[in-house]
Design a protein around this ligand. Structure first.
Ligand code: AMP
Ligand code: ZN
Length: 142
């Protein structure tokens, strides 16, 4: 896609600090890192969101993220843990509309975090929500 910054990085027409370059996947440092070592894994084929992403490309993106997460733990960087994070849609915080998996190295006191809900919903509510999602999945969810 011509106006996509990540396509430009894949094409080599925009700068990036590349970590991994495979036939279908590229990983490079995030320019505004949440923590030191925060990087992004993208499919080389443009897909604006998860609905447009070829599942095979998705599998390759995840596999690269998994490999990099393992490498981070044995790297010279301070890494006690890793978060994998993907924003799909504006409401989820997506700003760049070319699918990307955030790989975020974590240390105990880095201040980065996702807040969990303190209270569990009732089982009835959880079952109702599961029903709604199963219906959307169709036979795949059975
Ligand atoms: P998201 O909010 O999930 O869409 O995240 C977009 C991410 O892309 C942000 O963390 C940005 O810092 C990062 N980003 C934007 N432009 C570039 C770029 N040219 N090179 C590297 N990272 C970028
Ligand atoms: Zn793109």
């Amino acid at each position: 896609m011509s106006d996509c910054i990540f396509c430009a990085i894949v094409a080599g027409t925009a700068p990036a600090s590349v970590v991994l370059d495979e036939s279908d996947v590229l990983a490079f440092m995030d320019i505004r890192p949440f923590t030191p070592g925060h990087l992004l894994v993208v499919p080389k084929r443009h897909a604006s969101g998860l609905a447009q992403l070829d599942p095979e490309d998705g599998a390759k993106v995840f596999a690269a993220g998994q490999r990099i997460a393992t490498a981070l733990r044995s790297s010279a960087l301070p890494v006690d843990g890793v978060n994998l994070f993907l924003a799909d849609g504006v409401a989820a915080g997506q700003e760049v509309f070319h699918v990307h998996l955030h790989v975020v190295p974590r240390t105990a006191r880095d201040g980065f975090g996702v807040r969990a809900n303190a209270q569990s919903p009732t089982r009835t509510v959880l079952d109702g929500t599961a029903d709604a999602i199963r219906s959307a999945l169709g036979s795949d969810g059975a």
